[in-house]
Design a protein around this ligand. Structure first.
Ligand code: NAD
Ligand code: MG
Length: 388
């Protein structure tokens, strides 16, 4: 892609937190180089129709059958074509006009569209970390085979991606992912036993979708990011570390063999890593606030509390094991978060249910994609039946 060339972007998950931020970036670009070519969502009909009317994409896809029936004549007078189901997503991402796919569906449900886009050789802007947690080695092999660039959108991975440019791959000692610590930083396990979904959904520095907000409260989000970093940057498990940094200004760091640590800083705003991934390799002015260094402020660091937040160590264990472990952990976590959000299990039950599903799954060190889906289904089933 020549610098500054126009890009047709497909946004998978356009009605979510990342999807809406991406459309704000595209709106700010004002048609200079970014065009929303396709938008997909599960069931938010009204918002998707509103987005379709504003951005006039070629296609939109609704994956939930009931939602599709509710759309009626809402697109009349536009040239937008309505597609449905996974087939619709595949058709959008594989269309010859599509240049880039922003993968921002939540959960393992985001894997198939991302896979189809890589198969078709499209550049990926990856927000859906679960794709790499479930199938990291298979996805990265496919991307290498098709010559596809995997551009991170997760703020930590975007920071690492940028910092890695300061040296050669064999000069990297370790990457250090920062974590805000979530809404329960400093609490004890006893204090967390009875927290409600409402309390867990209140993140101190980021505004995000419900699933990742709970993941941030349990530190499962950091666990998933550790695994994501390993596969995305082809690191050894011992090269991936986590530090708690409550201000969320340093988004992550890379330490090189000479002891230099290179970091990326900016106010916490997901539009920045989205904008970089959509415009890459170029940098352009955008809508994000700038870091104000004229005011007094401090940056703090502390080690994560692994006892109170055992999800983090589950992530480390899964990163080391590879194979089917990521699919089991991810599916178990999705099912456990859903049960927590409907108040069927407690906050501290999330890591317990994940531990049980990990221990019971049939580990395979070199699974096929089909084998990963079987592990995913079995782990979900186990957590749905799991009793505290
Ligand atoms: P969200 O819940 O706000 O939005 C999810 C989107 O996916 C919605 O558009 C929804 O319609 C769609 N969707 C859900 N299930 C679907 C299905 N089965 N088929 C098709 N579409 C489906 O989630 P989010 O916070 O925007 O997160 C999206 C992804 O980005 C997640 O993988 C998350 O880990 C990652 N991420 C998010 C943030 C953030 O700040 N929100 C930061 C880093 C990474
Ligand atoms: Mg992140």
């Amino acid at each position: 892609m020549p610098p500054g060339a126009e890009q047709n972007v497909v946004v998978l998950g356009s009605t979510g937190s990342i999807g809406r931020s991406a459309l704000s970036v595209i709106e700010h670009d004002a048609g200079r180089r970014l065009r929303a070519f396709g938008l997909a969502a599960h069931s938010s009909v009204d918002l998707l129709v509103e987005q379709a009317r504003t951005f006039q994409p070629r296609y939109i896809t609704l994956t939930c059958p009931d939602a599709r029936a509710r759309i009626n004549g809402a697109l009349s007078g536009t040239r937008v074509e309505l597609l449905d189901s996974l087939d619709g997503i595949i058709r959008m991402v594989q269309a010859p006009e599509t240049d880039k796919v922003l993968s921002a569906i939540v959960g393992a449900a985001g894997l198939e569209g991302t896979w189809a886009a890589i198969e078709a050789g499209k550049t990926i802007a990856l927000a859906n970390k679960e794709t790499l947690v479930v199938a990291g080695p298979l996805i990265m092999d496919l991307a290498r085979e098709r010559g596809v660039a995997m551009l991170p959108v997760d703020s930590e991975h975007s920071a690492i991606f940028q910092a890695l440019k300061a040296g050669q791959p064999n000069e990297v000692r370790r990457v250090i992912l920062t974590s805000s610590g979530g809404p329960f930083r400093g609490k004890t396990a006893r204090e967390l036993a009875n927290v409600t979904p409402e309390q867990a959904l209140k993140h101190p520095t980021w505004s995000m979708g419900p699933k990742i907000s709970i993941d941030s409260a349990t530190l499962m989000n950091k666990a998933l990011e550790v695994i994501e970093a390993r596969w995305l940057f082809d690191l050894r498990p011992e090269q991936v570390e986590v530090v708690v940094h409550p201000e969320s200004v340093i988004h992550s760091m890379v330490e090189f063999v000479d002891g230099s640590v290179v970091a990326q800083l900016s106010p916490p705003d997901m539009r920045l890593p989205i904008q970089l991934a959509l415009n890459y390799p170029d940098r352009v002015p955008g809508p994000c606030p700038l870091l104000d260094l004229t005011k007094r402020f401090s940056l703090n660091f502390e080690p994560p509390d692994r006892e109170t937040f055992p999800c983090l160590d589950l992530g480390y264990e899964v990163m080391r094991r590879g194979g089917t472990a990521g699919a089991a952990l991810n599916a178990a976590n999705e099912a456990a978060v859903s049960r927590f959000l409907s108040s069927e299990i407690g906050f501290l039950d999330i890591p317990r249910a994940c531990r049980a599903a990990l221990d019971h799954h049939n580990f395979d060190p070199r699974p096929t994609l089909d084998a990963l889906w079987r592990v995913d289904a079995a782990a979900r089933q186990e957590v749905r039946r799991w009793k505290p």
